[in-house]
Design a protein around this ligand. Structure first.
Ligand SMILES: Cc1cc2nc3c(=O)[nH]c(=O)nc-3n(C[C@H](O)[C@H](O)[C@H](O)COP(=O)(O)O)c2cc1C
Length: 331
């Protein structure tokens, strides 16, 4: 593969940027930028995006960059180019994507690329009807890669107990709730900022397991929660290790599975919130007998109501300069 002759036009760069900007991210913080260098594109992780209470170690920020990477790779393929990706190539560089030779996009990749603008977080209860086993298998296959597995959880009674416990803790955590309010678009004075989670995207009837726990989130008792979890399709993204490259790979895998669901007219949402509580991740591993480190829980099913797209920052803010000039962010 060569980079010579693979310089991108501004229209092509625009297509890549639009795809990256539509990726899901923790609190819709969009913690990424692009640096285009001839035939190479760096996906920069914006370490200045800090969610001290929700994401103290920046793990979700890295997972979000992994999701953006999947969109970037699909967009390169939509340009009819091959691409090669190197993960974690620098402290701030989440990945470097090298644009390769012309190669037509495969039908499967095109379906995922087209799903990028239709995918959105769906926190409402799902409509009736089980997800067909074949669809679940397709999501698992789309997500799995070296070191990353998508696991159907067993022991839903234990999962319900753990999620119920986490919900009660997070509801009462005033610092956590202050930060979440700051990142909830409506609480931010109603101003349109292009980031943050819109108030109306946080369904009030959702399971605590389906959204972001706020002060008023009800906690059903464990048996009710377990029954509701059993009615949904769940996958836990697990990695063999717990280093930055694995967080990126987990985010990329999550997004491939999510786009596969979208392409099949399914909807879903991702849950990482409880995983940041001290001890929660270890308990999840031991009580659910997970084969690796849990990075995210993905629930999916048939959508019952339409979900609106969430806002995005202006595309111009997506571009980094070689000197690393960042646009303003909420802090
Ligand atoms: C790494 C990661 C962690 C997330 N964690 C949660 C979560 O715990 N709860 C939740 O309701 N949404 C969570 N989300 C979803 C984001 O809030 C959502 O992607 C963002 O608001 C943008 O909306 P969209 O997905 O509709 O484009 C997470 C997304 C990512 C990528």
């Amino acid at each position: 593969m060569t980079t010579s002759g693979a310089r991108l036009t501004s229209e092509q760069i625009g297509l890549l940027a639009r795809a990256v900007s539509r990726a899901p991210s923790v609190h819709n913080s969009q913690p990424w930028q692009l640096l285009v260098r001839g035939g190479e594109v760096d996906l920069i992780e914006r370490r200045d995006v800090g969610l001290r209470r929700h994401d103290p170690a920046g793990r979700d920020r890295t997972l979000s960059c992994g999701a953006a990477l999947t969109n970037l790779e699909l967009a390169v393929r939509a340009l009819g180019r091959d691409c090669r990706t190197e993960l974690a190539t620098g402290a701030d560089v989440a990945a470097t994507v090298t644009i390769g030779r012309p190669r037509p996009i495969a039908a499967r990749e095109l379906a995922l690329y087209r799903a990028i603008t239709r995918r959105r977080t769906y926190r409402h209860p799902f409509g009736p009807g089980r997800v067909p086993a074949g669809a679940r298998t397709a999501l698992v296959a789309a997500g799995e890669t070296a070191g990353v597995r998508l696991v159907v959880p067993r022991h839903l009674d234990k999962l319900a107990q753990l999620l119920g416990f986490a919900t009660r803790v997070l509801r009462e955590d005033r610092g956590y709730q202050r930060e979440l309010a700051l990142w909830t678009a409506h609480s931010h004075g109603g101003a349109v900022t292009g980031d943050g989670v819109p108030e109306d995207a946080l369904s009030s009837e959702a399971l605590p397991a389906a959204g972001l726990v706020r002060r008023g989130t009800p906690v059903p008792d464990d048996a009710v929660l377990a029954a509701r979890l059993a009615a949904e399709a769940l996958l836990i993204v697990c990695t063999d290790g717990d280093a930055r490259a694995e967080h990126l790979a987990a985010g990329a895998a999550l997004q491939r599975a999510w786009l596969t669901a979208t392409a099949k007219a399914l909807a879903g949402s991702v849950l990482t919130q409880p995983l940041h509580l001290t001890g929660f991740r270890a308990r999840l591993v031991s009580e659910l007998a997970l084969p690796g480190v849990p990075q995210a829980i993905f629930r999916f099913g048939h959508p019952a109501v339409p979900a609106a797209p969430s806002p995005r920052l202006p595309l111009g803010e997506l571009f980094a300069s070689a000197t690393g000039v960042f646009g303003p962010l909420r802090s």
